[in-house]
Ligand binder design. Structure first.
Ligand code: ADP
Ligand code: MG
Length: 246
């Protein structure tokens, strides 16, 4: 089943200091299957955040159409921003429950905290959290709404390598327990290969989809750096068009 259909004819921004427009996205068509972990890979400035904002409905200033397959009256979108954006005056648990309907099941929140190893920290305030913990809270907050689609914008970019690896493993554990369609943006090809069912490579502006590749490495060996590196080497060999993006 298709979870999201993207057909963006044009998205432009005013170009800084000029009367003309900067064309960020042109004729981008994507058809994204349900319950897959999809990584969007593209260079900095190619329009990844712009695309997520359009899919999330935060940016409506474009021509084209986005369709999100939904189980609810209106599509529910979970969005993990590049910056965790936690409210400093609310505890971890309050940050998670704030956007949930009043009849939410506290046991679901308990289970999410447990999976992300945050049960002990649920009553502390964000200033006491490490960056890795804050990222985990923002992931729980997005999963807790049981979204039709989960958007993640380079959420691990400023984490050190061991912490990023730990949070990646926790994220995949959570996603395997609760399958969702995930659109995860990154410019790190190794990270994308470690996480994705499907990679979509995006070009520099105006953004277009250059290649779509399935990652067939079994989930139980995704922590094996040799397997990830072998896949990466073969990918770059078979798809030279990708090299210019990285
Ligand atoms: P990415 O997330 O891939 O790094 P963005 O979506 O943030 O890229 O930006 C894509 C392009 O659009 C860049 O050239 C950026 O400078 C431009 N852009 C993004 N947001 C704005 C804005 N609010 N006003 C003007 N230009 C913007
Ligand atoms: Mg961005």
């Amino acid at each position: 089943m298709t979870a999201i259909t993207v057909d963006i004819i044009n998205k432009s921004y005013p170009a800084a200091g000029q009367a003309c427009l900067h064309r960020a996205i042109a004729d981008l068509k994507l058809s994204l299957p349900s319950n897959e972990f999809i990584c969007l890979v593209g260079p900095s400035g190619c329009g990844k955040t712009t695309l997520l904002n359009i899919i999330a409905g935060l940016d409506r200033d474009y021509s084209g159409e986005i369709t999100v397959e939904q189980q609810h009256k209106a599509p529910k979108i979970g969005y993990v921003f590049q910056n965790p954006r936690l409210l400093p005056w609310r505890t971890v648990r309050e940050n998670i429950t704030l956007t949930l309907p009043s009849d939410y099941d506290p046991k679901t929140v308990d289970a999410l905290l447990e999976t992300m190893q945050l049960t002990q920290a649920q009553h502390v305030y964000p200033e006491r959290l490490s960056l890795g913990m804050s990222r985990r809270v923002s992931i729980i907050r997005a999963f807790a709404v049981d979204p039709d689609v989960l958007l993640m914008d380079e959420p691990f970019v400023s984490l050190d390598a061991p912490t990023a690896r730990q949070v990646r493993e926790l994220l995949i554990g959570l996603w395997q327990q609760r399958p969702h369609t995930v659109l995860f943006v990154t410019h790190d090809l190794r990270e994308a290969i470690a996480l994705a069912d499907r990679l979509i490579f995006l070009s520099s502006p105006p953004m277009q989809a250059l290649s779509e590749i399935r990652v067939d490495i079994p989930r139980n060996i995704r922590d094996d750096e040799t397997a990830i590196e072998a896949f990466r080497q073969k990918l770059l060999q078979d798809h030279p068009e990708i090299r210019a993006l990285l």
